[in-house]
Each structure stands twice: as C-alpha cells, then as structure tokens.
Design a protein. Structure first.
Length: 463
C-alpha cells in the first residue's frame, strides 16, 4: 500500500463508490519496470526502459461491466475512476462470485535481483551468445538477439475485502540466427523465458541457445516439400504444445463456452478423447513463464484439469464465468495491464505424459506419415475449431522410420477432431520455455507443452 500511496480505509471507500453501480467492485494496482537490450550487427547498441504505473477499477452488474483506469493513484483520481466505472455499469445490482481467496505461495522468486544488474555485464553475456553460435556454425551470416526483463508489483483489492500482493519477475532471451549456404538461407528462432532473476543468464543457457540454433541445420538445407494429403502425424514433445494451446485450449476458455461460441459448449462431462489423456492448465510450475501466485482478479494460482482420462471436466474460469456456472474460479482471469479488463486466459497449458511408449515407438507404428519437430504461427477459428499451422521443421516417416527432411508444409485440421484422433501418447512430456505470448484481445505471457503424440489423420499441405 505504501508503493501505491493508499490506505485500507481509502480502498474500502473507493470500492463502496464502485458498488453504487453494481454488485461487485475490484481494484487492480500495477507498477511494472521493463528493460531490454538489443544485439544487432555484432554489437549491443540499443536498449529500452519503460515504467508503467496505475490502477484499473472494475464494476460488475449482472452481464454489464463498467471499467475505468487512472495513471495516478492519488485518492481523488481513483474516486473519479470509480465514478466513471459506476456510470458505465449503471445502478446497484447483483453479482455472484467465488469465496474469499486464501494466501498463495509464489511459484517464482529472484536469487539475483534485476535491479542490481550491471548493464555492461548483461550486454557482454548477450554478445557471448552470438559468439557461441558462430563458434559452432561457420555458415552463420547474422545474429539478432534481444534480452528483456521486467518486474511487476501487483496489488488487488475487492468488495469481499480481499487484499493480495504479488511481485512478478520475468526474464527473456530471444535469438534469431540466419545461416547461408550456396545461395540459400535458413533462419532459426530460439528463446527462453522464466519468472526469475538474472541468475537465469548462465553459461549453460548460453550454450543451450547456441546448440538449439544450429541443431539439424544440414537437414534444413536439404529439406524438400513433400506430397500432401491426409496422413498420420507424429508431433514432437515440447513446442508442439502450441497446437494444444491454439486449437484446443482456447476452446476450453469459459467465456467462449458461456456465450455458446466454443465447440465444447455442450460437452461438459462427456468423453472428448481416448482414455488416459489428461490436459491441464497450470499456474504452479516453478519459474515458468505462465505461472502466477494470483491471477489478475486476486484468485490464487492453481492447477486446473480440463480433461481427465479423456473426459471434459472443467473450463478455464474468471470470476464472471465462475459465477455464471456456479463453480469456484480457477485463477484464469488475466489482463495485459491495469488498462484492461480481465478475461479468461490460459497460463501453462500442457498434456501429461502417456503410457504408449517412447517417441521411437510412435514413429515405428506409422507406415507413411510426417514427424513434426517445430511449429510456427498458425490460424484457428475458435467456434469451429479449424486450424492451420506452418511447419518449420519435419521429416517423412516411411515404413516406421524417419527418412527425408521436409519443409514448407502446413498441418490442417480441426481441434476437437484432432483431439479425438490421438491414437498414442508417449512418456516424454516437455513444457517448452520459449517466449510464448497469447494475443486473445490482449497480450499475456503463457507457455505450453506436450509429450510426443500420434494423431491418426491430419491434412498435410504439400505438393
């Protein structure tokens, strides 16, 4: 409260003003300090600093939401914002929400505070990443690397008299490397992001980024576009989880289901995939980019199973959808900043390991298909669940063996059908620690993961 210059009495007064327009009022205070350093043309020659500070005030009256924010947190400005939100919401009404939130234990911390960082040392570490890539691969023609770090101090208060506070660190490194051979070029994008301090900037991370940037480069230069058609697809563990996030995870968000826009709106309690498949959204993974001590409505971060043993068991709820369905909120109310209203969003979304053997076992079971190692961006229609994803790296599977490297292909399908068509799940779950950002109306940090899975029938867009 000292950081934002308010007292408990003032918080209650502001909330009471908001309750003149609805049955619920909450306050979201934020101070975020963001920094970055950019390496280009073998020099760390630019950097940025940004400070964001303010408070968002929300008033809920049935299906109507009043929202206003102030970039000043003095009492008069906050009262003005509360009156504005009240005017939008209308007049006193009712709103059902979950019970009071218990105290949460943050799944992150900072051994080495970002505030104490020597910028020259950070720049030197970033330059060493380029050096490590060039040392491994003489075909390197260009490296662009971005290091960013932020710490957000969040305080939330609501009309249940719940007061929560959270300090959220986030450090990220993103590297784009371009390689040239005989007039052809290949581009690799690798990244890591964690909720921790500058202890993440280790020699081990530097070498991991360099190794991942150059891995399989010969295959990438040799890759060709295969013939397309419908066929089995084996998806590699880790970053393939982006398909789980985009093509399935969004359809589990409760606002889409509450409004009847999701293909899963009438599937609660029903089997949607084979037995043994468990899909969850988790805010408790230590140091993970998607983890949160509290969501942006003051609900403790938690582990939420959406699918258990193949059956749909929960949507991802904010307080609004939880009240509508008559269930406890799941801690999925998230917002980009204090300027935005919270909505149901994912955190770390992944599928648990299965019992169908190893990746090699999955590949060995396929006579003709595709093994997909790296996805790029795709497009998804939430209502229908139809998706298209571009494949950065993959291989043909012929007679149970990996053969020709392939590129320039799309994977096309339908999320619910692809989920139902999963034939095998390996025992090798990887939660990817890349710089994943979800852009559903607002941008928030997320992560994803998946074990190796075999989907029996997807459309591969090739020749």
């Amino acid at each position: 409260m000292d950081l934002f210059g308010v007292t408990r009495t003032e918080l209650r007064t502001i909330v009471n003003e908001g309750l003149k327009g609805g049955g619920w009022c909450d306050l979201y205070f934020e101070q975020t300090v963001y920094n970055d350093l950019l390496l280009r043309d073998s020099q760390v020659a630019s950097g940025g600093f940004h400070l964001d500070y303010g408070c968002g005030i929300r008033v809920l009256n049935g299906e109507k939401t009043g929202y206003a924010y102030s970039e000043s947190t003095d009492f008069a400005s906050l009262m003005d914002a509360a009156r504005a939100a009240t005017a939008v919401a209308g007049k006193p009404g009712s709103f059902k929400t979950g019970s009071a939130a218990p105290k949460a234990v943050p799944p992150y911390g900072m051994e080495l505070d970002w505030d104490g960082a020597d910028k020259k040392e950070l720049a030197s570490w970033l330059a060493s990443v380029e050096a490590a890539i060039r040392a491994r691969e003489p075909r390197t023609s260009k490296v662009i690397a971005l290091m960013s770090w932020s710490v957000s101090h969040i305080m939330m208060y609501n009309s249940l008299d719940e007061l929560t506070f959270d300090s959220r660190p986030l450090g990220s490194v993103t590297v784009t490397a371009i390689f040239s051979q005989a007039g052809s070029t290949e581009q690799r994008n690798v990244s890591r992001s964690f909720r921790c301090g500058r202890e993440m900037l280790s020699d081990e991370l530097k070498e991991t980024l360099a190794a991942e940037a150059v891995a399989g480069l010969d295959d990438s230069f040799a890759a060709r576009r295969p013939k397309g058609g419908k066929m089995p697809v084996v998806m590699a563990a880790g970053a393939s989880g982006i398909l789980l996030h985009e093509a399935m995870g969004h359809a589990f968000e409760a606002d889409f289901n509450r409004k009847g826009q999701s293909i899963f709106s009438d599937r609660m309690g029903k089997r949607i995939c084979k037995r043994g498949i468990n899909i969850l959204d988790d805010a408790t993974v230590p140091g993970n980019r998607g983890s949160l001590a509290y969501d942006d409505e003051g609900v403790p971060g938690q582990k939420t199973y959406m699918v258990q043993d193949g059956v749909l068991t929960s949507y991802l709820h904010d307080r609004i959808s939880a009240g509508w369905y008559g269930v406890p909120p799941t801690g999925n109310g998230r917002r980009e900043s204090f300027r935005y209203n919270p909505i149901p969003r994912m955190r770390a979304t992944y599928m648990e390991s299965g019992t169908d053997g190893t990746l090699q076992d999955l590949i060995a079971s396929v006579q003709k298909g595709i093994y997909v190692d790296k996805f790029a961006n795709g497009e998804v229609k939430i209502g229908e669940g139809d998706f298209t994803f571009y494949v950065n790296r993959g291989y043909l599977i012929e007679n149970g063996r990996i053969t020709m490297p392939v590129k320039d292909i799309n994977i096309i399908g339908n999320g619910p059908k692809a989920l139902a068509d999963i034939e095998a799940v390996a025992d090798d779950l990887i939660i990817d620690n890349g710089t994943w950002t979800c852009g559903k109306e607002q941008s928030v940090a997320v992560s994803c993961g998946i074990p190796s899975v075999l989907i029996k029938n997807l459309t591969v867009g090739g020749e």
